[in-house]
Design a protein around this ligand. Sequence first.
Ligand code: FAD
Length: 363
Amino acid sequence: MRISRDQLIDIKCCIRPLRAAGPNLATEQVGDALVIHNYGHGGSGWSLSWGSAEIAVGKALSTLPSEIAVVGCGIIGLTTAVVAQRAGLKVTIYAREMIQRTRSFRASGSYTPGSRIALAEPAGPQFAEQWEMMARLSWKAFRTCLGLPGKPVEFGDSYALSDKPLEKRKWPADPAITGSWATTGLPQQNSEFAHLDERIKDIVPQPVDLSAEENPFALPYAQRTSQMHFNFPSYAQMLLSEFFGRGGQFVMRDFHGPAELGRLPQKVVIHCTGYAARDLWQDKTIIPVRGQTGWLVPQTEANYSVRYKNVSLLSKADGVVIMNNNPDLGDMLGVGNAMELANLADIEAGLAIIAPALAPRQA
Ligand SMILES: Cc1cc2nc3c(=O)[nH]c(=O)nc-3n(C[C@H](O)[C@H](O)[C@H](O)COP(=O)(O)OP(=O)(O)OC[C@H]3O[C@@H](n4cnc5c(N)ncnc54)[C@H](O)[C@@H]3O)c2cc1C
C-alpha cells in the first residue's frame, strides 16, 4: 500500500450514538401514530443494521399496517425501509439527508457489531441475547451481498503487526477510578463497556498467528484474520435501487419535535435518526463518541488491512481508511466528545506511526 501524505484525499469526522442500555427499540404512541424507535447503535450501526431492522419491522407488522413511514435515511433507516418492503409494506422515508450525506457515510466500514454498542451493567444479559440475534441476522444478510456487482460487501485479509508477541489487550476495572456511568452519566473506564464478540466467534473468522515464513511484513510478529467490510458508495446504491425499485417514496423533510411524527399520514412510524435523536427526541441518554477517519486514494490491488501500534489501515474499493486510535484509551477514546471538526495533524501522525509496518521486508 502507498501511504504517503500526497495520497490523502479526505478526512471525515463523525459521532457514534452510544446508549448505555444499547439501541432504543421501544415503541410509544405519539398522537394517533405508533412510533417504533430504532436508534442508538454506537460504533456498530452498519454491522447490526439488518438484525435491528428485523426487530423494528416485526413490531410494525404486529399492528397489520399496509404502509409505514421511516424517519431517517442513514444505514439504519434505509435498511429498515428495505426490510419493511420485503415484508410487503408500502414505505415512505422522511429525512433531511439521504444516506450519502449522513453520519453513516462518515464511518469506516467494517463488520464490528460489538463496537461501543452498550455498557455491560445497564444493558444486562437480556441485551446480550438481543445483540447476538441482531449480529447473526445481519451477518447472514451481508453474506447475500457478497460477489454482487460493485462489491458492496467484501472480505479482505486483516493483519495485526507488532514488534513483540501479540496479546489481546485486557481492560480490568481500575479501582483508582471511583466514578462510573451510574454516578456521572458517562462511562469512566473501559471495563464498563459490554464486550460481546465472543458470542459469535463460531461464525466470525478469528485471528491466526503467522510463522516467520508466512509473515510477509518487515515486523517480526503478525496475525491474520479475514475481515468483512462495506464499500459505502456501491452499498448505498444497492439499497437505494432496491428501495426505489420496490416503489419506495423519499420525502426530504426536517422534523423539529416528536409531535410532527405523530401528524404524518402513515400511522406506524419507525424512527431512525441516530445521534440526532438526542435533540429531536430529547434523549439525553445518548452519549456522543467522536471518531475520525482519513481517506487515501483507493488501491483496489491492495485488498488487505493492517494494524500496527494504535493505527489501522483498511483498503476498500472506496479508499484506504486510516484511523489513529489511542492504545491507552481503548473504547474511552472520544467518549463525551461531540466535536465534528476534522483534525488533520492526528491523521498525519497516524501515517508516520504506521509507515514502518509497510516498509519492504529485508532479504
Ligand atoms: C469514526 C467512526 C467509524 C465507524 N465505523 C463503523 C464500522 O466500521 N462499522 C459499523 O458497523 N459502524 C461504524 N460506525 C458507527 C456507525 O457510523 C453508526 O452506528 C451509524 O452511522 C448510525 O446510523 P444511523 O442510521 O442510526 O444514523 P445517521 O447515519 O446519523 O442517520 C440519521 C438519519 O436521520 C436523519 N435525521 C436526523 N435528524 C433529523 C430530523 N430532525 N429531521 C429529519 N431527518 C433527520 C438524517 O438526515 C439521516 O438521514 C462508526 C462510527 C464512527 C464515528
